[in-house]
Ligand binder design. Structure first.
Ligand code: PAF
Length: 283
């Protein structure tokens, strides 16, 4: 696996490919590679001739400077894992390489970035949109791979690729979970033993809510149950639990069997913020 730090280097490699016959799958990451990323890489490997990953902790998508500073970074270990995952190349630019000048652009994704994460992390999706536009322009992948765990990101990136004619097919890969249901996430590395144990409550809360909604309990009652279930632990707090249409991301107040529904949750264990979601009809 070749590591590229400069845009010109990776573009030189890509220009040597016969793009009519050799498709490129991109797995963009912020590093701290975990099994969730490995599932994205595996899917990309099975669908493309070349797999490129990127590692870049994008400063402009963090609304909380402490979260940015504390974001786990372990480049050498990441490179080892990416090699083992048979990634052909990885792009690891510096901040100056990606932002030679501060970006003057900002994205507004209409109703798609107003709720859920967007409501709690101002500017987050604009930052994600900018960095992914840069990566799509630099690498020009045929496909790009995102985890379902970040459902709102996946929906917004799909819109971005369509709206701006990037021609990148956005693939959303089911969430990979630990044995107790906790979704793999780079931020899990920051949890101490007792926080790690409590963190699985987010998934349990989603399963409790799924069962209750499927049994016909009203949405507002289920929201109360989940709020109580998370907040009853002293070191946990719920930021939101929402029942939404999984395509429009609009909140749903009544379950309608014709809509594909997602249950979305985010909150804190200590100062570490985690998020997760499941579909109402998934096992
Ligand atoms: O999901 C992430 O890790 C990031 O938001 C992404 C897609 C790599 C953009 O920085």
């Amino acid at each position: 696996m070749v590591v590229y730090n400069q845009i010109s280097e990776i573009q030189k490699f890509l220009s040597g490919l016969n793009r009519d016959k050799q498709s490129v799958g991109l797995v963009p990451t912020m590093g701290a590679i975990h099994e969730g990323h490995l599932t994205l890489l595996e899917t990309a490997r099975s669908e493309n001739e070349f797999v490129i990953s990127s590692i870049f902790v994008n400063p402009i998508q963090f609304n909380n400077p402490r979260d940015y500073n504390k974001y786990p970074r372990n480049i050498n270990h990441d490179i080892e894992l990416l090699k083992q995952a048979q990634c052909d190349g990885t792009f690891i630019p510096t901040i100056d390489e990606m932002y030679p000048n501060p970006s003057i652009i900002s994205f507004n994704f209409g109703t798609y970035d107003k709720g859920l994460e967007g409501a709690h992390r101002p500017g987050h999706f604009s930052g994600v949109g900018i960095v992914l536009s840069k990566l799509f322009n630099i690498i020009k992948p045929d496909r790009a791979y995102f985890g379902q765990k970040d459902l709102q990101q996946a929906v917004i990136v799909t819109k971005l690729s369509q709206d701006l004619h990037f021609g990148v097919e956005i693939k959303v890969v089911p969430t990979k979970r630990e044995a107790d249901g906790l979704a793999f996430s780079s931020r899990n590395q920051r949890l101490d033993t007792s926080q790690r144990k409590d963190a699985s409550r987010f998934y349990s809360a989603l399963k409790i809510a799924q069962k209750a909604l499927n049994e016909g309990q009203p949405v507002n009652k289920v929201i109360q149950t989940v709020t109580h279930y998370i907040n009853e632990l002293e070191n946990m707090s719920l930021e939101y639990f929402e029942v939404v249409n999984s395509e429009t991301l609009n909140p749903v107040s009544k379950i309608n069997s014709k809509e594909k529904i997602a249950l979305c949750i985010a909150g804190f264990v200590g100062e570490i913020r985690l998020l997760d979601n499941i579909y109402l009809d998934e096992n």
